[in-house]
Design a protein around this ligand. Structure first.
Ligand SMILES: Cc1cc2nc3c(=O)[nH]c(=O)nc-3n(C[C@H](O)[C@H](O)[C@H](O)COP(=O)(O)OP(=O)(O)OC[C@H]3O[C@@H](n4cnc5c(N)ncnc54)[C@H](O)[C@@H]3O)c2cc1C
Length: 298
């Protein structure tokens, strides 16, 4: 039962509530958005624009302006921008530490154990494998060791479980003819003081070893394109504190209650949404948090 890892938690510690995840996956099934996951973003943007929302992309917010404990606007591109309300979708840890540096932090909420991260190898593979489907899981023989490494030692087991997604199996145009696009994902710890270059190199070597053995083919020479997503990139470009994909982990039974609410009890007109606040991480829950935040503003 690895399902708690879907939200960056340790299946050996997380509350049984997360046992609902296998029901959703195995009984209700999964969906494949036409055009890939990014089409969700494009569709949402289009819907928002139709009701008058204006987007200013590539405009990082540097500060939330407060006056008399009320959010008055933001600083972006070195200019003050006034707004009636501010809703922060940034990781709530970073919202407090980077955008509200002078505000007293809700330490108990922010300093919970962090969720895990991921390393993803995006590989262009120069042939097709009949043995693979769209979703492929290669399980470790030792789950206990894998999660001990992740959550206690903040490292990655030598034989970590691999998830390999191949969207070209259902959407041929995602890879050139005769080729496949592999998304090879391994759970990784959040950032503490690891040597990431070494950890990524050993994780890649182990993944290649497992896949080559299972597919009875030397996979490395078939890779003609590679891109790597890893915790340091998630931290810097995604602004996710410590590279955690899911904010705080759900490893203790109070985690759900200790998530930051969608409003601030200390600062008027400041709201929060996204995977690091109530109700929790993942795309569906992040969207739900946006709905809750907007209803609070209304
Ligand atoms: C490899 C990977 C696979 C995943 N797979 C799944 C999956 O299969 N199903 C699922 O449900 N979830 C999945 N997730 C988790 C899911 O992506 C997150 O839970 C979700 O995206 C969180 O949404 P968010 O809006 O809180 O944060 P984000 O999606 O990170 O959006 C926050 C946005 O705010 C921007 N931003 C941050 N700070 C600022 C600032 N100061 N100024 C301006 N903009 C800023 C960021 O650039 C970013 O675009 C996956 C995550 C990863 C990394």
């Amino acid at each position: 039962n690895r399902f708690a890892s879907y939200n960056g938690s340790n299946p050996y510690e997380a509350p049984a509530t997360l046992g609902i995840i296998p029901h959703l996956e195995l009984n209700l099934g999964t969906y494949f958005p036409v055009g890939g996951i990014y089409s969700l973003i494009s569709s949402l943007k289009q819907l928002a624009e139709e009701i008058g929302v204006k987007f200013e992309l590539s405009t990082p917010v540097k500060e939330i302006i407060l006056e008399e404990s009320t959010a008055k606007g933001v600083v972006a591109k070195e200019a003050r921008r006034d707004f009636d309300v501010v809703i922060s979708n940034m990781d709530v840890y970073n919202t407090y530490h980077k955008l509200l540096p002078t505000v007293k932090k809700p330490h108990r909420t922010l300093n919970q154990e962090r969720s895990s991260s991921v390393i993803v190898f995006y590989w262009g593979i120069m042939r097709q494998f009949k043995e693979l489907g769209v979703h492929n899981l290669f399980f470790t023989d030792d789950d206990g060791e894998e999660y001990k490494k992740l959550f206690t030692e903040h490292s990655i087991a030598n034989e970590a479980t691999l998830y390999v997604a191949v969207s070209s199996k259902v959407n041929n145009s995602d890879a050139p003819e005769g080729c496949e696009n592999w998304y090879v994902m391994v759970n990784a710890p959040h950032i503490t003081n690891q040597n990431w270059d070494e950890l990524i190199a050993s994780t890649k070597a182990n993944a290649l070893k497992v896949l080559s053995k299972v597919l009875k083919t030397d996979v490395a020479p078939l890779i003609n394109y590679e891109q790597i997503l890893e915790p340091r990139i998630l931290e810097s470009t995604g602004h996710s504190a410590f590279g955690s994909v899911f904010g705080n982990s759900s490893n203790n039974k109070f985690a759900a209650f200790l998530r930051h609410p969608n409003f601030s009890s200390k600062i008027k007109n400041l709201f929060f949404c996204g995977g690091t606040v109530h109700p929790g991480p993942s795309i569906p829950l992040s969207l739900l948090s946006a709905k809750i935040a907007v209803e609070m503003v209304d």
